[in-house]
Design a binder for this molecule. Sequence first.
Ligand SMILES: [Fe+2]
Length: 478
Amino acid sequence: MNEETTRDEGSLKEGALDYFHYRGSVERAREVLRLFQAAKKAVAIYPLNHEICLNSFAEFMNGFRDFLARRDAFSLHVVGDEFFFEGRLMARESVLYYQLVKEFQAKEIGGLNISAGLEPGEFAEFLYQLNRSAEELRALGGLKQVMAASGIANITIDEPGTWKEKPPEAREPSTAREEYYDAVNVIRELADQVVSDRRLSTGKANRVVGVMLNRVGENRSAVLGLATIKSYDEYTSFHSVNVLILSLALGSMLPLDRSALMILGTGALLHDLGKITIPQGVLTKTGPLTAQEWEMMRDHPARGADILLAQPGVHPLSVMIAYEHHARYDMTGYPRIANKKLPGLFSRIVQVCDVYDAMTTTRPYQRARTPDQAMRVLVKEMGSTFDPLLVKVFIDMMGIYPVGTLVRLASGETAVVYEVSGDPAWPRVKVIRDAEGGEVEPYLVDLARLAEKVGEGGRAIMHSIHPEDAGIDPQDYL
Ligand SMILES: [Fe+2]
């Protein structure tokens, strides 16, 4: 800040413009990578001339053209397990496209450069070659060789190790968002560990719970924004971290003390661990489940509890959360638990958070509900599925339009709910589109101010909008 005040106004303005310009480039680079990944996947599944592939190429080319408005070429580097764009760690993408990072490593790709002359046909050919297995590519002399033979000129790849990671002190201090991705990495590792040798590093799990607990203590509203991060492809890891965040936030409202919250958090993070025993095809099945598949699904709480019971250092109440998280408030869920009138308090907390996060995530068999729609389901099932008191506290905490909800204002503008405090109907929002739908430089508005509530240009929230319909990712604005 001191440095800023010594500059004259002109250079300050220039600095701000540079910043927005840079930020815009990063956002567009993220979009290019997302479209790249989508097209790569389409090519892996369908023939190159299939409509789905052709559409994905066209979408990539559009995104790439947008990107080129600010840069001459696109360069992405892989260092360790992470993607970097122009020296900047892409923490989110490194987690979201973890499989892609791994694939780049296996196929000895240290960097990917795409230049402006790229044609859709060339892009398709590259993806086709890239999708060959690592063994096949090695047998053909490596991807570089294969690309040269196919006449691909506007895409080049770098050797691994071309790019070095910046020293840790040069990296930005860890942000809450990076901690979120760290947590996803940890739950992923824990699940792999249990699959391979049935052992679980409870120390790692506790560290993640402790870090998130600190964040909840600092700023509950900001952390709740993190819990709106979702992954279609890797549901369980992201879901586990979201349930951890929501459960800690809800538990801290009751209030529970730190040691109780640690036990709650560990159970919340690991509540679905039993799912590692269910084949992926069953977890993502779009049609009705067979009786046998249902049996597997109904068994995951008990399986999870078994795994956790075998680990030294996991508190029995954390185990109970895994066992009871589908039991329902009226005890009509699964597994059937005799001699108990209610699931434990921690299990009831996790159950509300589990169902809320599941409902607000798009899955192969369901489109995500908007947060306010999910809230209404919780209210409808108060007393049957959910503990009514906990649902009330949950609504107090989340607001009517929770953080991350995309909304239409009475003024016609589109906004993302940014912070809920005080009156839940009048949160702070970030306006991102004007009344005509045009993009604006996002800015914060406190709807609780009287001027926003009344008169012409009043900005009451009219309704939520489905992000997929609007083509907007609210995460980009939190
Ligand atoms: Fe579950």
